[in-house]
Design a protein around this ligand. Structure first.
Ligand SMILES: [Ca+2]
Length: 401
């Protein structure tokens, strides 16, 4: 599959050249505007019908072809699947078509699936998916989907807690931080404030940073994205409704600090993080897309649904339907400012955890500091996310008086 230059257009190159003439550091170059709304690949395929045929699409699964009751029993579209991923058919549990998948956490464990694109990969990759939380969903340690660039021989499990060197790996998860962790933002409510859990070369420790749309990052609240960063509103999603999520990871040019990660909710650009260092070698490209949820505490109603996954080298956008819009079809985000408003990053009071960094009192420590209940190779593979959280907690404790 061809790698895509994506946002790294000739216009940006011209701007880079101009910045050199003017003496502007490349870390402060304003990145090119990203597309939004129904301007992507999905706009050309009503109801996503035939979208897998797009030359820019490298993977798609609407779960309509599944004939078994569990994705793990029939994972032909995915290279690996673990845990109970149930095929569901009721209207309330399906975004489009006749089927979707349901994940229910009744224990402390990892459930998910990945697609492995091998040792090649993509300089820029997008994943768009629909996800919906149960009406009483309490939050969960990790939910969402991630993009991973892993050197040959590495995967998510083996890159756990490994600092990106530029030659080994980088990755990002579009996540919501569950409200029952003391280290989370004050006032955090279910399903949790949205953030990107990101492994990059300038991260604070051996485990990934959390990027918030306002520009805050954990740990440390550091300024990572340069003066050209455009802060956006931090927010919490609603439950009991479908959202279109889209996540993009674009590698930097080797030797430059121009990597970029962004995400969209219902086609609205909701977080954009430029000027990143992700790699030092050209061959390290995004080669995994992962559907993952991870639970580290027992709570009722930890149920969520996924549908309509599309992976492509360009902006995809929400599904465009041929049915009239419903009352709840618009984007709806919980925040103390309206969607689309811009919040100055330093004014946001909730993006830093408490300094005492209290740990999850219900963590099951039977896995060597990891709360995952180790049940097999596939389940182990995603335990790295929890290890990342633990590393963050330990680092904060070391800094606390
Ligand atoms: Ca479907």
């Amino acid at each position: 599959m061809p790698a895509s230059g994506g946002w790294k257009s000739s216009g940006l190159i011209s701007f880079l050249a101009a910045s050199l003439v003017l003496g502007i550091p490349t870390s402060q170059v304003r990145a090119q505007a990203l597309p939004e709304g129904d301007t992507g690949i999905a706009a050309r395929y009503i109801n996503d019908e035939g979208i897998a045929d797009s030359p820019q699409v490298v993977f798609a699964d609407n779960f309509e072809s599944l004939t078994e009751t569990n994705l793990s029993a029939e994972n032909s579209a995915w290279d690996n699947a673990w845990g109970e991923i149930v095929v569901v058919k009721s209207a309330a549990t399906v975004h489009a078509g006749a089927q979707a998948i349901q994940i229910t956490h009744t224990d402390n464990n990892s459930i998910g699936a990945w697609r492995d694109f091998g040792d090649g990969g993509f300089d820029t990759l997008h994943v768009r998916y629909y996800m919906k939380y149960h009406a009483d969903f309490p939050g969960c340690h990790h939910t969402g989907m991630s993009l991973l660039a892993a050197a040959p021989g590495l995967d998510q499990g083996s890159s756990t807690g490994v600092r990106p060197t530029g030659t080994n790996h980088y990755q990002v998860l579009l996540d919501n931080i569950a409200p029952f962790f003391d280290w989370g933002p004050p006032g955090n409510i279910a399903p949790g404030m949205t953030a990107l859990y990101t492994y990059h070369m300038d991260q604070a420790g051996d485990y990934g940073d959390h990027f918030f749309p306002s520009g805050d990052s954990l740990p440390g609240g550091r300024d990572l994205f340069g003066d050209s960063f455009e802060p956006r509103t931090d927010f919490t999603l609603e439950r009991d409704r479908w959202y279109s999520f889209e996540l993009m990871m674009s590698a930097n040019t080797v030797g430059q600090q121009n990597g970029r990660i962004a995400f969209w909710i219902d086609g609205k650009l909701s977080g954009d993080f430029p000027n990143l260092r992700l790699r030092d070698i050209e061959t390290l490209k995004t080669n995994f897309v992962v559907l993952t949820t991870y639970s580290s505490q027992r709570h009722d109603n930890k149920v969520l649904w996924y549908d309509d996954v599309v992976v492509a080298t360009e902006y995809i956008g929400p599904m465009v339907t041929d049915s009239p819009p419903t009352e709840d079809s618009g984007s709806s985000l919980n925040s103390d400012v309206g969607p689309g408003d811009t919040m100055v990053r330093d004014s946001h009071p909730t993006a830093h955890p408490s300094e005492d960094g209290g740990a999850d009192s219900n963590l099951d420590s039977d896995a060597g500091g990891c709360a995952c209940r180790v049940a097999g190779k596939r389940e182990q593979a995603l335990s790295w996310w929890l290890l990342g959280i633990f590393g963050l907690l330990r680092a904060r404790r070391r800094r606390s008086p």
